[in-house]
Design a protein around this ligand. Sequence first.
Ligand code: 9PG
Length: 533
Amino acid sequence: MTPIQFNEIQNKPKIIKAKELSIQFPEAPIKYYRHGWQSWSLAAWTDPSPIPIQMPAIFQPLQMDAQHVHEKYLTGSWLGAVEFADGNILLLGALATDASVSLIQNQLSGRSDTCLGRQCQGADEIEWFIAFGQEISIFEEYAKQLGNRLAPHSKEIKKNSAPRVWCSWYSLYYAIDELILSKIFKDLGDLPFDVLQVDDGWQVDTGDWEANQKFPSGMKALADKIKSAGRTAGLWLAPLLATKSSKLFHEHSDWFLRDEHGQLVSAGFNWGQPLYALDTTHADVILWLVALMKQVRAWGFDYLKLDFLYAGALKGKRTKDMLREAAYRECLQILREAMGADAFFLSCGTPILPAIGICDAIRIGPDVAQFWEKYRDAYLLYNPTIPGTKNAIRTVIHRLWLKPLLHIDPDVSYFESKENLLTQEQRNLLKELAYICDFKATSDLPQWMTNDEIDQLRSFLDTNPKVERTGRYTFNIDDRMVDFTSAIPLPEIPKGLIALWGRLIGWMGDRHFVLQIIKILNDNSLRKRRKSL
Ligand code: 9PG
């Protein structure tokens, strides 16, 4: 462990090579910046004390770094920071993948996973960035140093502004089919969208990336339809995992990631089933992934939203013995090469650092939803990762420092009020966040919007206001003062009976049959919504 003296970094940021290092500070910090592992994981300034373990446990592999769940100390992925009473911060951040930072009493400690389980050598050291001072400029410098190492082409990536996207997820969810999408594409008329993106619901199964029976004309016909109106066709896929029901799993169960005992590694639970991750270092898996990327490009999709990508970076025994995030980064590079440099690559559910320099855009927060937050999820399960607009805004605001490196996607904004529980003010926050991120998307259906709402959407897509940051959570956007403070606080930590109740709900949420019932209920209400169109 390399000890760093606090007074050494008071004046100037430092870059230090070490496997592990720690820096002791003279006074107790008032806040701790925890940085979650992947797009959906929590990133936020919080009190420097532990928060409850988020539930249900079955979701942990898909909501956070499962390796950090039971850490004794406050731990974040790649970086961590503390704030002192005078407003200055101290940031410690890795300039490489496979590293984490913990707050241990009055000390920040960085640890790299290189040489785990064997004798360390000089070559195992990684670079660390350490700086003390004003938050905004320090994060800016950290991003610059990251860019120098991971994204030498970031200027090229950011040369064009991000496309304006209509995406099918946040209105129709799985209830999409060929007919309804064709109607929506027509009804979107001349609204200035660059991309129409088909989300989850088109595939035969998770792992079987072929058109299902709701798309009888096939995926090429769908892409052609989008392109015939002069727009780019976008498609969602989750290429790095599968469910046991898939043909992929049946035919190639040996392609999936296992632990040292030969047991399948859990990639969480979704689509009413447990999820399993592909071993992306297996030669046949690589061939399959390359063929899949080429296939979707051949259908005509040029904007790819690759999702649930964390599955490529889970802990397990890989064919090629390498660190899990290094393996993941290598896989992203393979996907990128296979899809071609001219495709727009949006990564989602992705571990953050390994994606820098490879993708065009990255989702930097959890999913938004047509509600602000749910009592069950926020207060009983203490889960800041679950879809919800408050959760999404909180994490996105804390990840804006990534903006110089690639396009940052804060998820969609809502304009319709018909199927929406958000207040006008809450919907406005999403819109302003999209301006700040410079990434505009919506899933709103033309048939749900009033004329006035359609005008607002059009003006949103057509406007690029001047954005100036005035504080941690405040901005001037053109002549408006925008304050995101209402989305920031984490819920009260549950105590007594509420905590007990929460644990019971969490336990229920870990049962497959409970999740399956919830899925059936959700599917039914979606079907009803779909019928009303
Ligand atoms: C499609 C969706 C959309 C969405 C993605 C992703 O259980 N979870 O915590 C969980 C989080 C996000 C999520 C699904 C599940 O959504 O972010 O935009 O594409 O998949 O299924």
